[in-house]
Design a protein around this ligand. Sequence first.
Ligand code: ADP
Length: 494
Amino acid sequence: MKIVLASSEAVPWSKTGGLADVSAALPKALAALGHDVTLILPHYSAVSAARGATPPADCAGPEIDVQVGDTRLTARLLILPAESPAHPTVILVDQPELFDRQGMYVDPETGKDYPDNCRRFVFFSRAVMETCLKLQLDPDVLHVNDWQTGLIPALLQAEYRWKPGFSNTASVITLHNLAFHGSFWHFDMPLTGLDWHYFNYRQMEAWGNLNLLKTGIVFSDHITTVSPTYAAEIQTAEFGCGLHPVLVEHSSRLTGILNGIDPEVWNPETDPALAQNYSVETVHQGKPACRRQLQQKLGLNQTAEVPLFSMISRLTDQKGVDLLCECLDEALKLDMQLAVLGTGDRELEAALVAATRQYSGRVAVVIGYDEELAHQIEAGADIFLMPSRFEPCGLNQMYSQRYGTVPIVRSVGGLADSVVDASPNALEDGTATGLVFSDYSSEALLSQIRRAVRLYHDRERWHQLMDAGMRKDFSWTRSAREYQTVYEKAIAAR
Ligand code: ADP
């Protein structure tokens, strides 16, 4: 199958969240299954350079012309050929005026979205179509992700269907987070180049605005989201962020596929960031070494016996950080340590930083984005906290299990699909891998923290939880096969 994936971010080039991990790992897993895969991304040159990912000088390909509203823009395609047939080709669309900025979606100076985000991602969506034409990619499937590429299925249906190479192309959109709609005032509609008649409540309009996520949902041949539970949740008012009626209407084309994790990046046996690598057989030697490294790096007391709790997250309302802040004083009456890495909401940052002053040596908080430290926390901690309000898939609970770090999660979205609670039955049959709770309340989280401390000191049970988590199959191969089935359905639906 010829598959073109379009995404607004992918590691190593750019990343604000889980989308970047998925956009890098899924194309690799699909290529490894024998498909011909091309990944198309915007080239955020400053962001990529800051991440140490600069494309080689000899990768400049042809130019494309892209019409956005009444302006014609030129972009250069930077083509990174597949390293082997089992790898994707990566194309970076280089348009410095729109993408060579300090931030990806948000201006770091103002903390606000770039005012021309609609123009930027309409450009990128059209650039993906023009790239397919220019390079004669003739895709069987165009797989788009989130609002930034949500216009593509509409462009395919309304404008490109009759152009060379698109007559049989099917489109699939993956929804990574319903909270981000790509909603812009109605006067941005002419930027899309599509006729005003598409601006109606059944297609591109929502609440009087242009809505690019809804556009993608409505025009795609198939819709996926990143876990089976989230696929059901987003059809309800509680989780659907206002788009639930649209998702209910299109539910026969909606499938939940749990993300996998990239074993080349998240593997304690080979992870270069760790003081000592370990496997499920050697975790009880490796983890203590990683824990000492982490405690030393973060200025935590070098005690071996206390459970070390951790969190790596965008510090936002979504992630349940408010629950942690609310119960922190009570929790710290227990003999435990806490390491937090994250950035986001200034108030949540300040509340966490205040705790480091009060509980010096027991609580460490790093405000910032630090991938090496994220790996070291996953390896060095004993317990990982994810009390999310909602969580489409979540990756850290899977990384945690892979690293023998027992997750405490709220039973929502992908967390519910990837962690098995340590109930008496699940402990008995060996399937338990973490602690799962339902109520979105600090009392419920606190009671799980207490439960984790009790279980932690039952060494046999604890080792059983670590062991079961480390042995779980979170491979992308499993997810990629499910995507392959969805692609086949989308092609058949055409
Ligand atoms: P989301 O996409 O909602 O932010 P996910 O759990 O799906 O949440 O993915 C988050 C990804 O971003 C994980 O790979 C996580 O390790 C990483 N991450 C989040 N915050 C930080 C941070 N401050 N430093 C390093 N990595 C981070």
